[in-house]
Design a protein around this ligand. Structure first.
Ligand code: SF4
Length: 491
């Protein structure tokens, strides 16, 4: 007898993204590797779902213990009653596809389906997502009057404790959903047939990131050459070189490249030597003292928890600052929110105290400028002192991009790629749990949880302090090494 595959909405969405994704998720689930960002987005989805249930009012939350058979039975029983309370997580099954509806509002003869998303707007993929639900619910015998998407309203400002009345915006998509819903049965049949066969022969491509980052990317990505032509970061040139049969940059003839930055990347790949030019060294030597090396960590919430803030706003909760008073004379200052209440005002004040009135503030990319702008907006009484800080900023990123390259950077000038090539003794891999910005914000989010123990909080604090301090120490070392060397002959 043929095996029966039960498809959920998310499985069918996987199929629409890439049949191979659904195949591997079903037959080889051990290969799934969710990124920290994807895992965080699942959490955010739960939080927004809980807020939505409060906004739509008291209703029935169906089978929160995730027992699907029970959920189907409870949904059926509730829909046979003549109640009018909203249903949350109502569960339906039709033609082998199972869906759970975020919100179902009950009218006299039809239902309104509302899908809740943490995104800031309606996205293309939300229409098939709702079409699958609509086809299953209507196929099971429950007509829908309206289908809407509730997404985050980014104009919302959290003004009063517990008041999220305007957090969600509703967009009606009934017509788009009705146009797509007749295809759902065919998708389910095709997916079921595909699952019964061999793994589809599909190579990695742009579809691996659209509409979602595929959790099978590391399994599917073939082992490439050590210095692939993609490090040139030019899609057009890469396509041309690929057509000519080149995969490794070291095989490409010099005459095939004409742009200065491509030649620099090519030369570094051939020699393995870092390229530092005289002009870059000179620019950095001219930066006066005292020098302030600054880095922020931020967190954002789909559902704001601090008064005065908005959804998805990047909110600074930590900074590290190394102050170089004279060559080699360093002190370090920092701030990290305690996790009890909003850190915004304290971090703004600590920043003003740390940075004083003069001296260049060295940053890596313009992210820190945006953080200071946010702090100025949220603390109007400190704004005049904060906004002038941006006039003192010196961004090291464009300097490094123009004047330094090592082949191990693989075409990226991010500080994490750059640091090991200049100062291999300073390593992010030697840190504790937190090794990248996303990890820092997840760690702070954990510190904010009421159930996080005191010991765990202290451990996260230590790791956050070490991580952010390394970011600014990395800049100190980069500057120091750039000042003292350049590649003879490099322009
Ligand atoms: S990584 Fe790309 S090719 Fe592989 S399963 Fe995912 S979407 Fe398909």
């Amino acid at each position: 007898m043929d095996k029966v595959y039960r498809l959920s909405k998310s499985r069918l969405m996987s199929y629409l993204q890439c049949p191979k994704r659904l195949y591997l998720e079903t037959h080889r689930p051990v290969l799934i590797e969710y990124s920290a960002a994807t895992q965080a987005s699942f959490e955010v989805g739960h939080t927004v779902g809980a807020v939505a249930r409060n906004l739509f009012g008291a209703g029935h939350l169906i089978a929160p213990d995730n027992n699907l058979t029970q959920a189907l039975a409870i949904t059926r029983a509730l829909l046979e009653e003549n109640g009018n309370e909203p249903l949350y997580e109502a569960t339906f099954q039709q033609d082998g596809v199972l869906v759970r509806a975020d919100v179902l509002l009950r009218g006299e003869s039809a239902l309104d389906l509302i899908e809740v998303k943490a995104s800031a707007s309606l996205k293309e993929q939300h229409v098939p997502d709702c079409a699958i639900q609509a086809a299953v619910i209507e196929g099971a015998g429950y007509p829908l009057r309206k289908v809407s998407l509730a997404h985050i309203n980014t104009d919302f400002v959290y003004e009063r404790e517990g008041d999220y009345d305007d957090l969600l915006s509703l967009v009606e998509i009934t017509d788009q959903v009705r146009a797509l819903a007749p295809q759902v049965k065919g998708w389910a049949e095709q997916a079921t047939n595909m699952l019964a066969g061999d793994v589809p022969d599909i190579q990695v491509g742009p579809h691996c990131h659209k509409p979602y980052d595929c959790p099978l990317l590391s399994f599917c990505t073939p082992q490439g050459p050590e210095y692939p032509i993609s490090v040139l970061r030019s899609k057009k040139l890469e396509a041309a070189l690929s057509r000519e049969g080149y995969r490794d940059l070291r095989e490409v003839p010099r005459a095939r490249l004409d742009r200065h930055e491509h030649l620099k990347i090519w030369q570094a790949a051939q020699t393995g030597e870092a390229i530092v030019d005289q002009e870059g060294s000179e620019k950095i030597r001219q930066i006066p003292y005292p020098r302030y090396y600054l880095d922020f960590e931020t967190i954002s919430f789909a559902v704001p928890i601090w008064l005065g803030t908005s959804p998805h706003q990047a909110l600074p909760f930590q900074f590290s600052c190394h102050i170089e008073h004279a060559p080699g004379q360093l002190t370090h200052k920092s701030y990290l929110g305690t996790g009890d209440g909003s850190p915004i005002r304290e971090i703004a004040q600590a920043l003003l105290d740390c940075l004083g009135k003069q001296g260049p503030i060295l940053i890596y990319t313009t992210y820190e400028k945006g953080c200071i702008k946010t702090l100025a907006e949220l603390c109007p009484d400190l704004a005049s002192g904060l906004v002038v800080l941006n006039e003192r900023m010196v961004d090291l990123h464009p300097i490094m991009k123009a004047h330094y390259y090592h082949r191990d950077m693989q075409g990226s000038w991010s500080i994490k790629k750059l640091l090991p090539t200049l100062a291999p003794d300073l390593s992010y891999s030697a840190l504790g749990e937190i090794r990248e910005g996303m990890g820092a914000s997840a760690a702070f989010a954990e510190m904010l949880q009421a159930e996080t123990t005191k010991e765990r909080k202290q451990s996260l604090q230590r790791d956050l302090e070490a991580y952010c301090e390394l970011d600014t120490l990395a800049m100190v070392r980069i500057v120091d090494l750039m000042q003292s060397r350049h590649t003879p002959g490099a322009r």
